[in-house]
Design a protein around this ligand. Structure first.
Ligand code: ZN
Length: 437
């Protein structure tokens, strides 16, 4: 008997045909999430889901079991179906009669999302509720002013452009979340977050082409001192895993993490000196004692170095086996890179860090699924931004620290999770030019 594949048809939300609302919503209402990762909320707000088999017949599904009824239920079902590997397609959007009904729907979805999260917290990273830190600082500030959307002025603003409509609908959603969330839940989803920094070399040689990945050890020390004076504290790998697993519900303000990729030979002395800042080192297990084919043949640390660092308290995680891009690999090669590297770490270290940093940050849904199946508990990318409780643990964001970054630049990165703004880089380039002249 052949197996019938289920197809889930997702329905977004739009206005009545020919209305201004329908024109502004075009393909359906989008959540305000400009930094969306490969795993995150859907690109459009899911109003409902219908399940069919390949013949087009409507069928039933149990993806909503043990979840509370409400307007966020269908989004939660869609998350479960996506995770189970079901085929998802967008169908015709559902129609709401007017703006007022749309905003009421958004607000009710916010309240309902909290109830879904209480029933199954694992769904949050795929829902709009998990997307607070996908938006930039300005949008987050606007959301805090939410609950204003009932005003007539707000309605006029909403109908002025697609962007404003998305923003006002987003504020209505978060107003609903705030109504239903306990103070602790509200803080967990919207206030608790951290930035992960990523470093590579600690030589300060600034060879041409390595300006972005090579930091002088003395500069690194100054950065750490500045961060400490400014009141920032480093998170351990275990604190990060506990936060994403929900066993720790909140993080203190000013939390950040130090991660180092590649295990190049010059990182050993520097990391040993700063073990108290709880760095996490990600090693490509089959490249140790060799030369980095991905970085101008720089020497890579040895297993003895890595064991020594682990003994001193540095958390050692995986950077796959051979530092290859993971997304083009076949399923069997991907498994060898991921499962193999974890097996290598477990064979050598008493308690390796079960976290992978994808080489070159290269990842997609298949890579994240394979990392989870291999036994990892989280994965670091090189997408910039802050990580919140709703960020998928296999899509954690990091921001890279560059060779010319001084104390102020690293403070900016730890505060925002973002690269330096263009004017800053222009100013730096001009000053560099003057110094060279
Ligand atoms: Zn690397």
């Amino acid at each position: 008997m052949s197996r019938v594949t289920r197809v889930a048809i997702l329905h977004a939300v739009t206005g009545p045909p020919g209305s201004r609302l329908a024109k502004l919503l075009a393909g359906g209402l989008e959540p305000c999430a400009p930094q969306r990762g490969v795993i995150g909320c859907f690109e459009r707000v899911v109003a409902s889901v219908s399940i069919t088999d390949e013949t087009g017949d409507t069928t039933s599904c149990d993806a909503g079991s043990a979840l509370p009824e409400g307007p966020a239920l269908h989004e939660a079902i869609a998350v479960r179906l996506r995770r189970s590997g079901a085929k998802l397609q967008w169908g015709a959007p559902s129609v709401v009669p007017d703006l007022r009904s749309l905003l009421a729907f958004c607000r009710a979805r916010g309240r309902s999302s909290i109830e879904v999260a209480r029933a199954d917290p694992s769904l949050v990273s795929g829902m709009q509720l998990g997307a607070w830190f996908d938006a930039g600082g300005r949008m987050r500030a606007l959301r805090r002013l939410a609950s204003l959307e009932r005003g007539r002025g707000m309605s006029r603003l909403a109908l002025s452009s697609s962007r404003w409509l998305a923003a006002v609908a987003d504020m209505a959603f978060w107003a609903g979340v705030r109504e239903r969330a306990s103070p602790q839940e509200w803080r967990r989803f919207t206030a608790s977050s951290y930035v992960a920094l990523v470093y590579h070399r600690f030589a300060g040689e600034m060879k041409p082409g390595q300006e972005r990945v090579d930091i002088a050890p003395a500069r690194f020390e100054r950065q750490l001192r500045a961060l400490r004076i400014a009141g920032f504290r480093t998170l351990t790998a275990e604190e990060i895993l506990a936060f994403h697993a929900g066993t720790t519900t909140e993080l203190s303000r000013g939390s950040f993490a130090i991660t180092v990729d590649d295990a190049l030979a010059d990182c050993v002395t520097t990391l040993r000196r700063h073990v108290d800042r709880t760095p996490q080192l990600f090693v490509s297990t089959h490249e140790l004692s060799g030369f980095a084919h991905w970085l101008a043949g720089e020497p890579v640390a040895t297993w003895e170095d890595v064991l020594d660092l682990a003994g001193a308290g540095v958390a050692i995680g995986s950077h796959a086996r051979r530092h290859r891009r993971l997304t083009p690999l076949s399923a069997s090669l991907l498994q060898e890179e991921l499962d193999g590297s974890l097996a290598d770490l477990r064979a050598r270290l008493p308690s390796p860090l079960e976290v992978v940093a994808y080489p070159n940050g290269d990842h997609d849904l298949d890579v994240c699924r394979a990392a989870r199946a291999a036994g990892f508990r989280a994965g670091f990318t090189t997408q910039k931004g802050r990580n919140g409780a709703g960020t998928d643990p296999f899509c954690l964001r990091r921001v890279s620290v560059h060779g010319q970054d001084g104390a102020l630049a690293v403070l900016w990165k730890v505060l925002t999770g973002q690269a330096l703004p263009a004017f800053w880089l222009r100013l730096r380039a001009r000053r560099g030019g003057q110094a060279a002249a």
